[in-house]
Design a binder for this molecule. Structure first.
Ligand code: CUA
Length: 177
C-alpha cells in the first residue's frame, strides 16, 4: 500500500502525541496519585435540607480539629450566604444540590467542584492568601444562574476563631471507592 509522505508524517505525529498523552496520564496516576474523583456518597435531593449532613450549613470543626465547610446549593443561591475562613488552612468542602446541577467555584483559587443532585461532592482545598473571594455557580442552572453567587472572606489564620466542634455527620457515609 502506498502511503503519501505527508500522510505518514501526520500518522506518526498523531501516534507520538497519543503516546505522550496516555503516558502523562499513567505517569501522574502511578507516581503522583492523581486519580479521578471516586468519592461516591448519595443523598435524596428532596429531603437534603433535613438530612443530618446538610440540615446545618456553614463552617465546623471535626473531633480531630480539622475544618469543614458544608454548603447547600439551590436555585439560585448557596447556603450559607457568607462565610469567613482562615488562610492557609486545609478545608474539606461538602456540597450537594436540592434541585439541579450547579457549579461551585471560589474564583482565583483551585477550589471548584460540580454539584449534582443526589450526590455529595467533597474536596479539600486551602486558600493561600487573605482577601474577599467571589464564589460563583459555573454550571448553567436556570433563569437566575447569573445571580447565583456569594462571598468568601479569607482572614489570616492568627485572626481566625475556630468554629464549633461537631461529630462528623459525613463519617458514617464515607466509603465508596
Ligand atoms: Cu446554579 Cu448556575
Amino acid at each position: 500500500m502506498n502511503v503519501d509522505l505527508y500522510e505518514k508524517i501526520w500518522m506518526w505525529g498523531v501516534g507520538i502525541m497519543l503516546f505522550a498523552f496516555f503516558s502523562a496520564t499513567a505517569w501522574s496516576a502511578v507516581t503522583r496519585q492523581i486519580h479521578p474523583p471516586s468519592h461516591v456518597e448519595t443523598i435524596d435531593p428532596k429531603t437534603a435540607l433535613n438530612d443530618p449532613r446538610f440540615a446545618t450549613q456553614g463552617l465546623w470543626t471535626d473531633n480531630e480539629g480539622r475544618l469543614h465547610l458544608t454548603v447547600m446549593s439551590m436555585m439560585f443561591t448557596f447556603l450559607p450566604q457568607r462565610v469567613t475562613v482562615p488562610a492557609g488552612v486545609p478545608i474539606t468542602f461538602h456540597l450537594t444540590s436540592r434541585d439541579v446541577v450547579h457549579g461551585f467555584q471560589v474564583i482565583r483559587t483551585n477550589a471548584q467542584v460540580m454539584v449534582v443532585p443526589g450526590y455529595v461532592s467533597q474536596f479539600t482545598a486551602m486558600i493561600p492568601k487573605p482577601g474577599e473571594y467571589l464564589i460563583a455557580c459555573n454550571e448553567y442552572c436556570g433563569i437566575g444562574h447569573h445571580q447565583m453567587s456569594t462571598t468568601m472572606t479569607v482572614v489570616p489564620a492568627a485572626e481566625f476563631t475556630m468554629p464549633e466542634q461537631r461529630d462528623n455527620p459525613f463519617a458514617a457515609h464515607a466509603g465508596g471507592h
